[in-house]
Design a protein around this ligand. Structure first.
Ligand code: CP
Ligand code: NVA
Length: 320
């Protein structure tokens, strides 16, 4: 199980800064208001006339793993709000030489107004949040990717209206993004039908949480039944940043490639979504990702708008 074995519990992150750690941490109403604000920010997307609501604020971004979208979209989001970013790579920090994440959290909190981290250890995210006195944002862990899902729900709704009551099909690896779709199903009220190999099902703890929180979820190995009549087909890369490419059994995923036949089963109006980066010819064929049902570039763009709303919520609570 990915991200399992944590001795840390989210409820140890006591009241204090407004962290954005996961969709399970925030109620449906808060998440909906963040999406409403993201839509408004996209509509009025010109740069602020004045100094911007986050003028003088700094966001530190720690990348323990590679990124294109998260790195650029957070930088652009902060810039549009009048703030600035500092990009930190562990190998260039004392963190890479053994300084603890706790001490790093304490020190960065004296310099910056918020910290975004991408890490392959969800525990590290929680430790950072526990010891930081400024907001911490999850920029992807081995367990979840909540900023991505905010952009994805925004994208679905832009194209098809309210996602509540709709049918989403996940096809492929039951990875961190799959787990976050499970959390989103609970928070945004859509049905999630997942088709994954038996050995690559999503985190059972997160699946249980989603069902306990009202999500309508099914997990099967049968792609055809999962996608039949779906409003949206979603997939992701077969090798995630926290996977060991030498041990991951990619062959198991070959029947889960999203191609024209799978999209035809879903229906002519079904959207195709992928958080990117895509491995074309592996989890998805060119004809689908470049086809008329694909909204992947909108998902990438909406990271900026969704994260502007998240940054405002974290750093300027009175205005949200
Ligand atoms: N979707 C996403 O988070 O992309 P990056 O890995 O490029 O940040
Ligand atoms: N599941 C992928 C998502 C990349 C944005 C990974 O963790 O690498």
């Amino acid at each position: 199980m990915r991200g399992a074995g944590s001795g840390l519990r989210l409820d140890r992150v006591v009241a204090g800064p407004r962290h954005f750690l996961g969709l399970d941490e925030l109620d449906a109403q808060t998440l909906r208001s963040l999406l409403d604000q993201a839509v408004a920010l996209k509509r009025d997307r010109k740069r602020p006339d004045g100094p911007g609501p986050l003028a003088g604020r700094e966001l530190a971004m720690i990348f323990e793993k590679e990124s294109t979208r998260t790195r650029v979209s957070f930088a652009v989001a902060m810039h549009r709000l009048g703030g600035e970013t500092i990009v930190l790579a562990p190998e260039e920090m004392q963190l890479g030489r053994g300084e603890t994440i706790e001490d790093t959290a304490r020190v960065l909190s004296r310099y910056v107004d918020a910290i975004m981290i991408r890490t392959d250890s969800h525990d590290k995210l929680l430790q950072l949040a526990e010891h930081a006195s400024v907001p911490v944002i999850n920029g992807l862990t081995d367990r979840t990717h909540p900023c991505q899902l905010m952009a994805d729900i925004m994208t679905f709704e832009e194209h098809r209206g309210a996602i509540a009551g709709r049918e989403v099909a996940w096809v492929g690896d039951g990875n961190n993004v799959a787990a976050t779709w499970l959390q989103a199903a609970a928070r945004f009220g859509f049905s999630l039908r997942m088709a994954c190999p038996a050995a690559l099902r999503p985190d059972p703890e997160i699946a249980a949480w989603a069902e306990a929180n009202g999500a309508r979820v099914s997990v099967t190995e049968d792609v055809e039944s999962a996608v039949q009549g779906a409003d949206c087909v979603v997939t992701d890369s077969w090798i995630s940043l926290s996977d060991d490419p030498h041990t991951k059994v990619v062959d198991l995923l070959r029947p889960y490639q999203v191609d024209e036949r799978i999209m035809a089963l879903a229906g002519a109006d079904a959207l195709f979504m992928h958080c990117l980066p895509a491995k074309r010819g592996q989890e998805v064929v060119d004809a689908v990702i470049d086809g008329r049902q694909s909204v992947v570039w909108d998902e990438a763009e909406n990271r900026v708008h969704a994260q502007q709303a998240i940054l405002l919520w974290c750093m300027a609570p009175p205005s949200v």
